[in-house]
Design a protein around this ligand. Structure first.
Ligand SMILES: [Zn+2]
Length: 336
């Protein structure tokens, strides 16, 4: 089955996916016109995608669309196959999968389900979810035990600013910053717009991260989604603080139509809903700190090949190596 047929089936029928279980090749995309991807893998080395999802992180998230559901609402075996295939197609050598909120007592960081996939996909690392409303002694001890058990797999903490009605400076986060410093785990904040009507965006404004960046200088922080739409504010917080980075995830979230359009035309659309591309480009170029920007896709919002192509259009090729790989290696201490 070719991708066009798959997309047609997929858009039409929610049951299409299971029928494709053994045919993962349907997820390959045709080469994107003008793409610099071809042959670049070798030159670049393996790309690190620092922000993907294998489980729904938030119970109140808006639906993630057919493509996303198709990738994640399936068995662990199938999910592992899809992930491996997507990574291979896009030249991704390592990816970081987020956990989910409300992890159980034995899984306080909500990473058990992502770890199950990592058992099949050795190139997958995990990110633990922290919750400022859970600061009991027992909970924090359980987190330390889980970090020690999974030390080789955990690369960071993630905090859902906005989805949870706490700013980064909320006292409930302080014990987590201490753990982050102790275990040298960067803290990734959701920043910017939220995909939930229950979320409150004031808590997710990137400017608020300046306060904790100053107060916790031994912790490194990442502004997920570059603070979109407060891109220039995010750039200022990164510029000013040596311990703040941005990831480029979730800036392009397409629906099935967008994916189908790209597959058909081979070109990215000129306008992307939810992001002012000129602001994004301005924020990146005016910041001019390519050592502090991380490649990240927010897969499965879009196929990995498409997201990579999108980011290639944002970053000057002279800085690909840093943004697509080296910055993540340094920040997440991936090299011995
Ligand atoms: Zn995400």
């Amino acid at each position: 089955m070719d991708r066009r047929s798959f997309l047609k089936t997929a858009i039409g029928s929610g049951a299409a996916l299971n029928a494709l279980s053994s045919d993962v090749s349907v997820f390959s995309l045709p080469a994107v016109s003008g793409s610099q991807s071809t042959g670049r893998n070798k030159e670049l080395g393996h790309i690190i995608d620092t922000h993907i999802h294998l489980v729904r992180g938030n119970p109140d998230l808006k639906p993630i669309g057919d493509y996303g559901s198709r990738m994640t609402d399936v068995s662990d075996e199938l999910k592992s196959e899809y992930l491996k295939h997507e990574m291979q197609q896009a030249g991704i050598g390592m990816s970081f999968g987020m956990g989910h909120r409300n992890g159980s007592k034995g899984d306080p960081l909500g990473i058990a389900s992502t770890l199950r996939i990592a058992a099949h996909v050795p190139e997958l690392r995990v990110i633990g979810i922290i919750d400022p409303s859970r600061t009991g002694h027992e909970h924090l001890l359980a987190i330390e035990r889980q970090i020690e058990r999974e030390r080789n797999k955990i690369v960071a903490f993630k905090a859902y600013l906005g989805y949870l009605h706490f700013g980064p400076e909320a006292p409930g986060y302080t014990p987590y910053y201490k753990l982050a410093a102790k275990y040298k785990l960067p803290v990734i904040f959701h920043t910017g717009d939220v995909w939930s009507l229950k979320g409150k965006v004031k808590y997710a404004h990137p400017l608020r991260v300046d306060e904790v960046a100053v107060d916790h200088p031994s912790v490194n922080f990442v502004l997920a989604h570059f603070g979109n739409p407060w891109l220039l504010d995010a750039a200022e917080v990164i510029w000013k603080n040596d311990n703040v980075w941005a990831d480029l995830s979730g800036l392009y979230v397409g629906d099935e139509k967008a994916v189908e359009g790209i597959a058909k035309s081979g070109a990215l659309p000129e306008a992307i809903p939810g992001v002012v591309l000129s602001d994004l480009k301005k924020a990146i170029t005016s910041l001019n700190r390519y050592d502090r920007i991380l490649y990240a896709s927010d897969w499965p919002f879009l196929p990995m090949t498409i997201y990579r192509k999108f980011v290639e259009t944002l970053i000057p090729s002279a800085h690909y190596e840093k943004v697509f790989r080296a910055n993540a290696e340094g920040l997440f201490k991936l090299k011995a």
